[in-house]
Design a protein around this ligand. Structure first.
Ligand SMILES: *[C@@H]1O[C@H](CO)[C@@H](O)[C@H](O)[C@H]1NC(C)=O
Ligand SMILES: *[C@@H]1O[C@H](CO)[C@@H](O)[C@H](O)[C@H]1NC(C)=O
Ligand SMILES: *[C@@H]1O[C@H](CO)[C@@H](O)[C@H](O)[C@H]1NC(C)=O
Ligand SMILES: *[C@@H]1O[C@H](CO)[C@@H](O)[C@H](O)[C@H]1NC(C)=O
Ligand SMILES: *[C@@H]1O[C@H](CO)[C@@H](O)[C@H](O)[C@H]1NC(C)=O
Ligand SMILES: *[C@@H]1O[C@H](CO)[C@@H](O)[C@H](O)[C@H]1NC(C)=O
Ligand SMILES: *[C@@H]1O[C@H](CO)[C@@H](O)[C@H](O)[C@H]1NC(C)=O
Ligand SMILES: *[C@@H]1O[C@H](CO)[C@@H](O)[C@H](O)[C@H]1NC(C)=O
Ligand SMILES: *[C@@H]1O[C@H](CO)[C@@H](O)[C@H](O)[C@H]1NC(C)=O
Ligand SMILES: *[C@@H]1O[C@H](CO)[C@@H](O)[C@H](O)[C@H]1NC(C)=O
Ligand SMILES: *[C@@H]1O[C@H](CO)[C@@H](O)[C@H](O)[C@H]1NC(C)=O
Ligand SMILES: *[C@@H]1O[C@H](CO)[C@@H](O)[C@H](O)[C@H]1NC(C)=O
Length: 603
C-alpha cells in the first residue's frame, strides 16, 4: 500500500447545492474534483498544459517586450483585482508596430480548483480565461493572444487589472504564479510581405478602432470587473456616451457561465425536476442566450460556445490538452453601426445585458469599439430598419419518473439597416444575426445516465454599401457541436464508477467579398474525450482520461493542422503541418484589409 500510492482524488462540493440525503446523480457533474498525485512525482519536471490553436502570424521582426505584471495569486478570492501601471513602450528601437501580443504565463504546484479570471486595461477586457489545475510536480502553461485590435488603448498610460479569485488552505495549496507581458512587433523594414498586406499601426492607415469604451463594472469593487447575472430577469446596464464624429461601432461581448449554469446545456426542465422532487438540481432547461440591448432595444444576441473548464465533467480529460476555448474564451462581435444615428446626439445611452433562462451566475461585460472621422467633428446617421422577432422555442418531452427524452429547438433572427454619413461618404450598413439551436437530452438508468446532443448555428452577416454602390460583405458561420455522455454506476459499498464521453467542436467558415474579390477561411476544431473514475466515499480511487483533437485551419496562404492525443497526462502522438494544399493569392488575415476598408476589427 505504501509503495503503490493510488491516484488520490478528492471530491469536493463547491457549495451545498442540495442536502446530502437527496444527492441525485445529475448533480455529480457539478461537483468539483481535485486531483492529488503521489509524492513520487516530486522529482518529475512540471507538466506543460496547452490549448490547441493556430499560432499567431507575427511579423519576422524582433518584438519589443514589456513585463506588465508579475503576481502570485493566493488569497485573492472576493478581493479587489490586482492592478499594475501600463505605459506605452518608449525604449523600443522602432515605434512603428504592426502587431501586439499579450502573453499570460503561469506556474502552479499542489492542488487547486480551476479558477476563472479576467484581464482588463482601464476597464476594457483583453482576456477571459480559466486556470489549469496543478499537480504535485507543478504545471506550466501560457496563453498568447493577438491584442492589436486594442491598439488605440495601448498608446496611452492605462491601468491593467487582473481578477483571479484564489484561496489557499491545507488541502488546496496551489498558488498561481503569473507573468503578463506585452510583445510589440515592429513593422518589417522592407514593404515586402507583411506590411504590404497589413500596414503598420503608426501610419494612421490601420483598421483598428480609434476609441474603445469599457462596458464593464466601475471601480471600486471587490471582485471582477464583469457584471454578474443571477437569474433570467436580471438585466445589467451601463451608461456611455460616444463622440459625435463616429462612423462605425462594434460591441465585443465577453461571457462565461458558472455554478448552477456551468453546464447549462445539460440542465433538465423544471417540469422534470418538479415531477421527481429534485429540489437541489439546477433547471430551467438546456437553452441559454445573452441578449444585448441598446436603450432597451434588442441589437443582437450571443449564443455562447459551450466552453468546458479544466475541472469540468472529468478533470483528467483536460490534462495536458485543455478543452476548446478554456484558456482563451471566445468574445463575440455585434455590429452596432446601423444604430449609430440613435446615439450620435452627444447624450448618454445605455447598453444592457440579460440571459434567457439564466441561473446563478453569468459573468458578462463588453468593449465598445468606435471608429472616428478625423476629417469632421460631426457625422450623421439614421436607423432605417430593425427587426428582432421573439425567440421561437419548441420543446417535446417524454419522461416517466427519472428516465425520458427531451427535444428542444430554438431559433432567432436579428437584423438592422442604417446609414452613416461621414467624410467616407454616405454608407449603409446591414447587420444580420441568424441563430438556430437543437438539443436532444436523454435520461436513463434511473436518471444516472445522461446524453446530451446539442448543436448551435450562429451566422453573422454584414453588408456595407458605399456611395458608389460597391458592396462589401463579411460573413461568419459558426457551428458549435457538443455531445456529452455521463453515467454513474453504483458499485455497492458507497462506491460508484463515473464514465464520461465528450465531443466538442468549434467550426467556423468566414467569407469576405468586395465586388468579384473573395477571401475565405475555415476552421474545424474537434475534440473527443473519454474517461472514467472510481469514486469511493467522495474520494476518487482511480481514473483515466483520454483526449484526441484534430485542428484544421485554412486561411488562403496560411494553413495549420494539428492532430494530437493524450492519455493520463502523456502525449501519445502529435502531428503538426502548416502548409496549404493549394496555392492561394492572399491569406485571410492580410487580405481582409484590402476588401474591408472601414476597419476590419471584426469577426
Ligand atoms: C513609421 O513608418 C512610416 C512609413 O511606413 C514613416 O513615414 C514614419 O516616419 C515612421 N514613424 C516612426 C516613428 O518611425
Ligand atoms: C516571471 O518573470 C520573472 C522575472 O523575469 C521570472 O523570474 C519568473 O520565472 C517568471 N514567472 C513565470 C511564471 O513565467
Ligand atoms: C505615463 O506614465 C509614466 C510612468 O509613470 C509617466 O512618467 C508619464 O508622465 C505618464 N504620462 C502621462 C501622459 O501621464
Ligand atoms: C434576480 O436577481 C436580481 C439581482 O440579484 C434580484 O434583485 C431579483 O430579485 C432576482 N429575481 C428573482 C425572481 O429571483
Ligand atoms: C414528491 O413529493 C411529494 C410530496 O412530498 C410526494 O407526494 C410525491 O410522491 C413525491 N414524488 C416522487 C416522485 O417522489
Ligand atoms: C432583455 O433585454 C432586452 C433588451 O434590452 C429587453 O428587450 C428584454 O425585455 C430583456 N429581457 C428581460 C427578461 O428583462
Ligand atoms: C444616405 O443614404 C440613404 C440611403 O440611400 C438616404 O436615405 C439618406 O437620405 C442619405 N443621407 C444623406 C444625409 O444624404
Ligand atoms: C447558417 O449557415 C449554414 C451554412 O450555410 C446553414 O446551413 C444554416 O442553416 C444557417 N443557419 C442559420 C440559423 O441561418
Ligand atoms: C452562411 O449562412 C448564411 C445564412 O445565414 C448562408 O446564406 C450562407 O450560404 C452561409 N455561408 C457559408 C459559407 O456557409
Ligand atoms: C465493502 O467494504 C468492506 C470494508 O472495506 C469489505 O469488507 C467488503 O467486502 C466490501 N463489500 C463489497 C461488496 O465490495
Ligand atoms: C491522427 O493521428 C492518428 C494516429 O497517428 C491517426 O490514426 C488518425 O487517422 C489521424 N487523424 C487525422 C485526421 O489525420
Ligand atoms: C497514470 O500515470 C501515472 C504517472 O504518470 C501512473 O502512476 C498511473 O499509474 C497511471 N494511471 C493509469 C490508470 O494509467
Amino acid at each position: 500500500m505504501a509503495s503503490v500510492l493510488p491516484l488520490l482524488l478528492f471530491f469536493l462540493l463547491l457549495q451545498p447545492l442540495f442536502s446530502t440525503a437527496n444527492v441525485h446523480k445529475l448533480n455529480q457533474l457539478r461537483s468539483e474534483l481535485i486531483i492529488s498525485q503521489p509524492t513520487s512525482l516530486n522529482d518529475t519536471p512540471p507538466t506543460l498544459y496547452f490549448e490547441v490553436t493556430k499560432p499567431i502570424p507575427v511579423p519576422k521582426t524582433k518584438p519589443c517586450s514589456q513585463l506588465i505584471l508579475q503576481h502570485d495569486f493566493a488569497y485573492t478570492y472576493g478581493k479587489a483585482p490586482v492592478f499594475a501601471n501600463y505605459t506605452p513602450p518608449s525604449n523600443c528601437p522602432s515605434q512603428n508596430f504592426s502587431m501586439v501580443v499579450l502573453e499570460w504565463k503561469a506556474t502552479s504546484k499542489g492542488r487547486q480548483f480551476d479558477r476563472i479570471f479576467g484581464v482588463w486595461l482601464s476597464g476594457v477586457e483583453l482576456l477571459r480565461s480559466c486556470t489549469a489545475e496543478p499537480r504535485t510536480n507543478g504545471i506550466v502553461w501560457s496563453v498568447e493572444k493577438d491584442i492589436t485590435r486594442y491598439y488605440s488603448l495601448l498608446q496611452k498610460n492605462q491601468t491593467l487589472a487582473v481578477y483571479l479569485g484564489n484561496l489557499i488552505d491545507k488541502t488546496y495549496t496551489g498558488i498561481y504564479h503569473v507573468n503578463i507581458s506585452f510583445h510589440f512587433y515592429p513593422a518589417e523594414a522592407s514593404l515586402s510581405s507583411y506590411e504590404q498586406h497589413f500596414g503598420n499601426l503608426a501610419s494612421g492607415y490601420h483598421s483598428w478602432a480609434d476609441l474603445i469604451l469599457p462596458i464593464s463594472r466601475n471601480l471600486p469593487l471587490n471582485d471582477g470587473l464583469w457584471f454578474e447575472i443571477e437569474n433570467s430577469t436580471d438585466t445589467v446596464l451601463k451608461e456611455f456616451e460616444i463622440p459625435q464624429n463616429a462612423y462605425r461601432a462594434v460591441l465585443e461581448v465577453y461571457v462565461s457561465f458558472h455554478e448552477n449554469d456551468e453546464f447549462w446545456y445539460s440542465n433538465p426542465t423544471n417540469e422534470y425536476i418538479a415531477a421527481n422532487n429534485l429540489s437541489g438540481t439546477p433547471g430551467n432547461g438546456p437553452f441559454r442566450e445573452v441578449v444585448v440591448g441598446l436603450d432597451g432595444v434588442v441589437v443582437g444576441a450571443v449564443w455562447p460556445y459551450t466552453v468546458i473548464y479544466t475541472g469540468g465533467v472529468n478533470p483528467l480529460l483536460w490534462r495536458p490538452i485543455t478543452g476548446i476555448g478554456s484558456f482563451d474564451l471566445p468574445s463575440y462581435d455585434i455590429e452596432i453601426t446601423p444604430f449609430l444615428g440613435n446615439i450620435l446626439d452627444g447624450k448618454s445611452h445605455k447598453i444592457g445585458f440579460n440571459v434567457t433562462n439564466a441561473l446563478n451566475v453569468w459573468y458578462i461585460d463588453a468593449n465598445l469599439h468606435i471608429w472616428l472621422d478625423k476629417q469632421s467633428i460631426r457625422t450623421e446617421g439614421q436607423l432605417v430598419k430593425h427587426t428582432s422577432l421573439p425567440l421561437v422555442v419548441s420543446l417535446v418531452s417524454d419522461f416517466k419518473g427519472l428516465d425520458g427524452t427531451f427535444l428542444t429547438k430554438v431559433s432567432r433572427s436579428v437584423s438592422s439597416v442604417g446609414w452613416v454619413k461621414s467624410s467616407n461618404g454616405n454608407i449603409t450598413t446591414q447587420s444580420i444575426q441568424d441563430f438556430s439551436y437543437s438539443n436532444t437530452m436523454v435520461m436513463g438508468n434511473d436518471g444516472d445516465m445522461q446524453k446530451v446532443n446539442q448543436n448551435i448555428h450562429f451566422n453573422d452577416t454584414i453588408h456595407i454599401n458605399t456611395p458608389t454602390s460597391y458592396v462589401h460583405s463579411l460573413i461568419s458561420n459558426k457551428t458549435f457541436p457538443l455531445y456529452l455522455y455521463t453515467d454513474f454506476l453504483e458499485q455497492g459499498n458507497k462506491t460508484y464508477l463515473s464514465v464520461a464521453n465528450v465531443d466538442l467542436g468549434f467550426i467556423e467558415k468566414k467569407t469576405a467579398s468586395a465586388g468579384s474579390s473573395l477571401l475565405k477561411s475555415s476552421l474545424r476544431n474537434l475534440q473527443n474525450a473519454d474517461g472514467n473514475m472510481v469514486v469511493k466515499n467522495n474520494l476518487v480511487v482511480s481514473g483515466v482520461g483520454n483526449t484526441q483533437q484534430v485542428y484544421r485551419y485554412h486561411g488562403g496562404k496560411f494553413c495549420y493542422f494539428r492532430n494530437v492525443s493524450s492519455s493520463n497526462y502523456t502525449i501519445l502522438y502529435d502531428e503538426v503541418e502548416n502548409t496549404c494544399d493549394k496555392k492561394a493569392k492572399s491569406s485571410w488575415d492580410f487580405g481582409l484589409r484590402r476588401l474591408w476598408p472601414f476597419g476590419t476589427g471584426i469577426i
